[in-house]
Design a protein around this ligand. Structure first.
Ligand SMILES: [Zn+2]
Ligand SMILES: [Zn+2]
Length: 110
């Protein structure tokens, strides 16, 4: 018996399975296996089901890519916030060191 394949083909119980369907996970023998563009399957039905599934996954992928512009802007905004906070901290430190930073001096004199 082959490793990992405890059962025989779903259509031919006496024949040892050569692999498992990528769509439904059922074991198939060399006669039953159908090789499609997206993998190996137990039946034509599973092959076309998986093709539809793959197409949907690709569609979702393109949707994700188009929405990633928003994500990039978000990252940019976060970087800007981090940068301005860092600039403020540097300005405060400089002011405490006696360096005249106009905005900070105004804040401290209030
Ligand atoms: Zn199948
Ligand atoms: Zn078979």
């Amino acid at each position: 018996m082959a490793k990992g394949l405890a059962s025989g083909c779903i259509n031919h119980p006496g024949i040892e399975a050569v692999g498992r369907c990528k769509q439904c996970g059922k074991p198939y023998c060399g006669t039953c296996q159908i090789i499609g563009p997206t993998g190996k399957f137990c039946s034509d039905q599973c092959k076309s089901n998986h093709e539809v599934f793959t197409q949907r996954a690709q569609q979702l992928d393109t949707m994700k890519k188009s929405s990633s512009i928003g994500a990039k802007l978000f990252i940019l905004a976060k970087k800007l916030i981090v940068f301005s906070v860092a600039a403020l901290i540097i300005a405060v430190v400089l002011a405490f060191m006696g360096v005249n930073v106009p905005i900070i001096s105004e804040m401290l004199n209030r």
